[in-house]
Design a protein around this ligand. Structure first.
Ligand code: F3S
Length: 67
């Protein structure tokens, strides 16, 4: 069974929130001073909406890798 690793590059992320809108199942915004996206589950069995979130990010801050 394939697994996927999902990461947010915090340096690139500008906190636009598109990933959360596209894929609330696996993305949320960090609370606190840094308004950046955070992955809820970094390793998932099904890619689900994670790829769409990566595609929609305006600064390509989301990395999805097949493990
Ligand atoms: Fe950041 Fe891209 Fe999401 S800029 S908030 S990772 S859509």
């Amino acid at each position: 069974m394939p697994k996927f690793k999902v990461e947010v590059d915090k340096v690139k992320c500008i906190g636009c929130g598109a990933c959360v809108a596209q894929c609330p199942d696996n993305f949320e915004m960090e609370s606190g001073a840094e308004y950046k996206a955070k992955v809820k589950k970094p390793v998932v069995d099904n890619i689900g909406c994670n790829q769409e979130a990566a595609d929609i990010c305006p600064v390509q801050a989301i990395i999805v890798k097949k493990l």
